[in-house]
Design a protein around this ligand. Structure first.
Ligand code: FES
Length: 129
């Protein structure tokens, strides 16, 4: 069934009319050309598709697009701000982080996991500063 979804994507409000059964991963990659989140296992295990929704790391391959209505979604592309790379992105470049799988899934897993630990966790109660 077609639905209209509004959410914030990388700090910009977006509106999308689409099939409500689609996953967030499908929408990010196909509708917004944000390909940093990768399709790996497709069942929520590998983390290649991870983005931040609100203050939580979320596996987008199993997250229905309808679940992010009204939420803030931050992809790896959105880490850069005001034309400057996020320090984590710059560190990956500076240290020659490569995409060791054909689809680049491992780099996304590492960056997604690091992002959650360093950027998101300090915002949560009990998180380190
Ligand atoms: S593709 Fe593996 S967790 Fe989403």
């Amino acid at each position: 069934m077609e639905v209209t979804i509004r959410f914030t994507l990388n700090r910009r409000p977006v509106t999308l009319r689409t099939d409500g059964d689609r996953t967030l991963l499908s929408v990010l990659r196909s509708d917004f050309d944000l390909t940093g989140a990768k399709y790996g296992c497709g069942v929520g295990l590998c983390g290649a598709c991870t983005v931040i929704v609100g203050e939580r790391a979320v596996r987008t391959c199993t997250k229905p697009i309808t679940a992010v209505a009204g939420q803030e979604v931050l992809t790896v592309e959105g880490l850069a701000h005001d034309a400057a790379l996020h320090p984590l992105q710059q560190a990956f470049i500076d240290h020659g982080a490569v995409q060791p799988t054909e689809k680049g899934a491992l780099t996304q897993v590492y960056l997604g996991g690091i992002t959650f630990e360093l950027v998101v966790s300090p915002l949560r109660p009990g998180g380190s500063a």
